[in-house]
Design a binder for this molecule. Structure first.
Ligand code: DGL
Length: 267
């Protein structure tokens, strides 16, 4: 186990969308060293097979282990759905592995929701992982999942800033009959926090939206405390991508909220 508190937190995603999670962690834990890896060469994971997602994720985790990460956060919902178990076996006790699903399920299980909706990529929704895990912890909660695959590329194109287009797309997905009686909705994709206000407006603030980024950041903080791994003097923020284009650099601003330098690093 990398038990030195000064060692970095590794965070990875299929691309730059996971920077929503990285940003929440950075804000909650500003004294941590952070290494972020975005697998832009294989983006999107949401349409890939479980085997492909597992293979890509393993390579990234191996890279993060060479950087002596004490904690590795799978920021991507699609990878958390399909690769967590494989990665857990692969890593053993070399680092603490965190996915973005379990902290959210723990949170949801403690609330008095009746019917919980889940929206995410095809990979995440087809895995049924949220439904199964919520059922195991809170059998009374009903769950309903809906794949909303266009939303991620919609955000990446910057269209979420165009209200009329956003309303049209949300109407198309959220008007689904299955989603009519929900009292909570899990935003199960790295990109959806950027649509939170529009989704909230769609439901006229009557549905509780569950944005996993803050929940995951709090969870990571708790894990560091529990394991005496909190860093009090870190200032490193390293961002790597497996493919580089100017549009990725632009998107970084959208997802992280401030400019960062992306370095190309093929694995
Ligand atoms: N990061 C992915 C997720 O959270 C969305 C983008 C993709 O499909 O790779 O599921």
């Amino acid at each position: 186990m990398n038990t030195n508190a000064k060692n970095p937190i590794g965070i990875f995603d299929s691309g730059v969308g996971g920077l929503t999670v990285a940003n929440a962690i950075y804000r909650a834990l500003p004294n941590e060293n952070i290494i972020y890896y975005g697998d832009t060469v294989h983006l999107p994971y949401g349409d890939k097979s479980p085997a492909a997602i597992q293979g890509y994720s393993k390579e990234i985790v191996d890279f993060l282990l060479t950087q002596h990460c004490k904690v590795i956060v799978i920021a991507c919902n699609s990878a958390s759905s399909h690769a967590y178990q494989t990665l857990k076996k692969h890593i053993g006790d070399k680092a603490i592995l965190v996915n973005v699903i379990d902290p959210v399920v723990d949170y949801v299980a403690k609330q008095n929701f009746k019917q919980v909706g889940i929206i995410g990529t095809r990979a995440t929704i087809l895995s049924n992982i949220y439904n199964d895990k919520i059922k195991a912890k809170a059998p009374k909660h009903k769950t309903v999942g809906k794949a909303t695959p266009l939303l991620a590329s919609f955000v990446e194109e910057g269209f979420f800033r165009k209200r009329a287009l956003t309303e049209m797309l949300l109407e198309e997905y959220l008007a689904d009959e299955d989603l009519q009686n929900i009292d909570a909705l899990i935003l199960a994709c790295t990109h959806y926090p950027l649509l939170k206000d529009d989704i909230d407006a769609y439901y006229r603030q009557k549905v509780t939206l569950i944005d996993s980024t803050a929940i995951v950041a709090n969870y990571v903080e708790q894990i560091l405390k529990d394991n005496s791994l909190l860093n009090e003097a870190g200032n490193l923020l390293d961002f790597y991508v497996s493919d580089y284009t100017a549009s990725f650099e632009k998107m970084v601003n959208i997802f992280f909220g401030s400019p960062v330098n992306l370095e190309l690093k093929r694995l």
